[in-house]
Design a binder for this molecule. Structure first.
Ligand code: NAP
Length: 803
């Protein structure tokens, strides 16, 4: 494993210095590093601030010229060993100078015992790409000629320049440097303000802003496209590079870029060691001499430099192409629960993980379910992570694109993007008993290994097509709501919708306003309650930024929806008022025959309640017809119902839900002794508190069996699950153990109790995705949220074998 988390050293000095420096940078430097401030002022301001940094004793700084490039030698008084270092300073290619980086270069020379040359390479916009790279390359070649082996080091833009210089040398066929030390390297330039790499900086970033980076990138590249590997070396072929020591902080704009570079280097077979410094900002090593953690970071890199200059190989080569990629954690799925897992892993200091996602984007269910009208059916403030409130919601019941935007925002803010492996369809996952590892294989032949495996696929990921004869013969357009194709035109066509569940209730109103004729095939009428929606205006959004307000709103909706749980119990006031509301809602349908057809034939709450204000009105539109006769056959032209009627259609939409009883069925998932999960779950899925399964050590399920709810936000279940998972991992590892597994007796007891509670409940009184064919309720949690959260937050660890 080559990604290593480095916690800041303890001690008062580190804590006080870090807090003071962060404030100082945020107050005195960040505002000046702005496209609105003239570059001349930025340059002199940086020089002024650099006077406050501490150059170490035991080194001499001498102005000089190398290969015609002016610069500064940093000579250690006590020199030792062969070779030299070339240090390329940062400053977004537009500002900075050897003098501004003396704290780093001085400590580097002192700790490595080698001379360091710091060129005053030409800056943009006066000298755009490739001027800086040409200067650096000339210096590298001159140093190699005079000193033999050379390590190139560089921070930020200097890190990108170091990489680009090494690549240029490789392409010229010259001797390669002995190693690279890259500090918060800027290796991919944004193409413009709208580029994804100009996404907002994390809140802890003390120096950089996306706007400044964009402006400087434009100065540097001039007419060269941002995608040119010369100025964006992340895009270059990286094979053949020497060992790389990489350092990035968690609180910096370039955090994700650094991790992506690590992966690209490994893929290219380059030995790489990545240090991820907890709670450290962009190029915090500039404070070497003041901040103990910064001094230590330079010392480690200097030790690496000394080793490679002496001809030693301190890093092991990455796995050969085709060999398994080894990580600490594998996360399957990049929906809400996968995202939460990834964020919390990072917050716990675990950065060596990947998220394998079969889709081509982040979002999970929100990526798949792009049908018109898709929106969340709990208030958005409760459909946000408790640790990441979002002041930008535009409606109380947010639409799918807004939720997608929220997820993107979280992925950026918490640096999760670099861990995403999109387009990775996992086909097999086997537990290797001897190695105590999960081994995963993807459809494209890649393999991954890790001691820990978190399955975040949830219960609603496998679209279920209806088992109706003739479906495959339909000659028109066939769509499933959970595999929506936004390119398919439905306007002006005859459209049929099978199903009247939550999904159908959302897509029917927009389809009714597009289609010439919309035919809705209803097998079972459902309960519909009003959606208490409203727009969030400027005042709401401003208030949500006031400290404490977002938390209060979250708590308010938590309490309201928790009260709604009582609606599932006979004889409660909550149930009586829900029934009243449902009847009032249905009363808007004037036609008595239609109203009768929409009267649910099962007790309220047995299936998921629909929250909608426009579903019933849509069904009363003149171009919409509700068909309640059963579907006998699907023909090439449309649908034939049991009354013998033909319903000609151009497009058929199946809003027929998900296969929730064969969870993870698309994966050959095997635990101890090769036991298949599918065999264990032949009578439907089951887990201990929805998370662990006996015989499957170190496997965790997010939103696993019996953790869905009919009354509140699933995120309230996801968050404690993630906390539990990380706690379990850390306990196991801290005790020097390797495996964490729920005991069979605890699993049996838990599930027996659960099924006893569910027997005779409202959910047992109709067919739904909560139950298996045999009637066992395998999806739903029967109780209040608080009860589940308590059980998982204070687990009885004796229920698990930790070995
Ligand atoms: P669903 O609740 O399972 O509904 C499927 C619909 O298709 C039902 O009306 C079902 O009828 C019908 N159907 C299935 N097979 C059929 C067949 N062979 N012939 C005729 N009709 C058939 O699926 P969903 O509407 O996609 O919702 C699933 C869950 O996703 C929801 O309960 C909810 O938890 C979640 N969801 C959430 C949101 C949100 O938060 N905004 C939105 C959509 C979905 P029967 O009732 O007779 O089986």
């Amino acid at each position: 494993m080559s990604i290593h988390t480095v916690a800041p050293p303890g001690g008062l000095r580190e804590v006080v210095a870090a807090a003071a420096l962060r404030l100082l940078l945020q107050g005195l430097l960040k505002p000046v590093l702005s496209p609105r401030v003239p570059l001349a002022l930025q340059r002199s301001w940086l020089r002024g601030l650099a006077a406050l940094t501490l150059a170490p004793r035991g080194v001499r700084f001498e102005r000089s010229t190398l290969a015609g490039v002016p610069g500064e030698w940093v000579q250690p008084v006590a020199a030792s060993g062969v070779g030299a270092l070339l240090y390329l300073h940062g400053g977004a290619y537009c500002i900075g100078a050897p003098r501004t980086h003396r704290a780093i270069t001085g400590h580097l020379a002192r700790f490595s015992g080698r001379p360091v040359f710091v060129p005053d390479y030409r800056l943009a916009p006066e000298h755009p790409f490739p001027a800086a790279r040409d200067d650096a390359l000339a210096c590298l070649q001159a140093l190699q000629a005079a000193h033999g082996p050379v390590v190139i080091a560089g921070d930020s833009a200097g890190g990108g320049l170091a990489l680009a210089t090494a690549l240029a040398q490789r392409d010229h066929g010259g001797p390669m440097p002995a190693g690279l030390w890259l500090l918060s390297p800027w290796v991919e330039l944004p193409a413009g303000q709208a580029d994804a790499s100009t996404a907002p900086a994390p809140p802890g970033e003390a120096m950089l802003s996306a706007a400044w980076a964009s402006a400087c990138a434009a100065h540097y590249r001039g007419p060269t496209p941002a995608s040119d590997p010369g100025c964006s070396p992340l895009r270059a072929e990286l094979a053949g590079l020497p060992p790389v020591w990489l350092q990035v902080g968690t609180d910096e704009l370039l955090h994700a870029q650094g991790l992506r570079l690590h992966d690209r280097l490994e893929d290219a077979g380059v030995p790489v060691y990545a240090e991820v410094a907890q709670r450290r900002w962009h190029v915090w090593q500039l404070h070497a001499g003041v901040l103990p953690g910064a001094t230590a970071a330079v010392r480690r890199a200097a030790a690496f430099s000394a080793q490679v200059l002496a001809g030693e190989q301190p890093l092991t080569a990455p796995p050969a192409p085709g060999a398994a990629r080894r990580h600490r954690v594998l996360v399957l799925g990049a929906g809400m629960s996968g995202l939460c897992t990834a964020i919390q892993l990072k917050r716990a200091g675990i950065h060596d993980f990947v998220m394998l996602e079969q889709s081509s984007g982040l979002g999970g269910t929100w990526w798949d379910n792009r049908y018109p009208g898709a929106r969340v059916d709990v208030p958005a403030p409760l459909y946000s992570f408790s640790f990441a409130p979002y002041p930008h919601w535009r409606r109380r019941f947010a639409a799918a694109p807004e939720i997608q935007a929220y997820m993107e925002h979280c992925a950026t803010r918490y640096g999760v993007r670099a861990h995403l492996r999109l387009g990775s369809t996992v086909t097999a996952a086997h537990w290797d008993e001897a190695a105590a590892l999960w081994c995963l294989r993807t459809a494209d032949g890649r393999t991954y290994e890790a001691p820990w495996f978190v399955c975040s696929t949830g219960p609603l990921s496998q679209a279920r097509w209806p088992d109706i004869p003739g479906l495959a013969d339909f000659a028109g357009t066939r769509l499933h709501s959970a595999r929506w194709d936004t390119q398919v035109p439905l306007a002006g066509r005859r459209v049929g919708v099978i199903g009247t569940g939550s999904t159908a209730s959302q897509l029917i109103p927009p389809l009714a306003s597009q289609a010439t004729q919309l035919t809705v095939f209803q097998r079972t009428a459902n309960w519909v309650l009003p959606r208490l929606d409203r727009r969030y205006g400027v005042i709401d959004r401003t208030l949500m930024r006031v400290p404490g307000v977002a938390r209060a709103v979250h708590r308010f909706w938590y309490a309201v929806l928790e009260w709604g749980r009582r609606g599932f119990d006979e004889g409660t006031a909550a149930r009586a008022s829900m029934l009243r509301l449902a009847q009032k809602q249905l009363a808007v349908v004037q036609d008595p025959a239609l109203r009768a057809a929409l009267q649910p034939p099962y007790p309220l709450g047995c299936k998921r309640i629909i929250y909608s204000n426009d579903f019933y009105p849509a069904l009363t539109q003149p171009n919409v017809s509700l068909v309640t006769e059963g579907i006998e056959h699907i023909t090439p032209q449309g649908v034939r119902t049991t009354d013998g009627r033909e319903h000609p259609l151009d497009a058929l939409v199946c809003a027929t839900g998900f296969d929730t009883t064969h969870l993870l069925a698309s994966i050959d998932l095997r635990g101890r002794d090769g036991q298949r999960l599918a065999d264990l779950w032949h009578d439907g899925p089951a887990a201990h508190r929805g998370v662990t399964v006996p015989g499957f050590p170190n496997l965790f399920l997010m939103l696993g069996p019996n953790t869905a709810t009919g009354h509140t936000s699933t995120l309230l279940f996801v968050e404690p699950q993630v906390r539990f998972v990380i706690d379990a991992m850390q306990r196991t590892e801290a005790a020097g153990h390797k495996t964490f597994e729920v005991r069979h007796d605890a699993f049996d007891l838990h599930n027996a109790g659960l099924q006893a509670r569910l027997r005779g409940s409202v959910w047992s009184q109709c067919r739904s995705w909560y139950r298996t064919e045999s009637g066992r309720i395998t999806a739903l949690w029967p109780g209040f949220t608080a009860e589940y959260v308590r059980d998982l937050t204070h687990p009885d660890w004796r229920e698990y074998d930790i070995a």
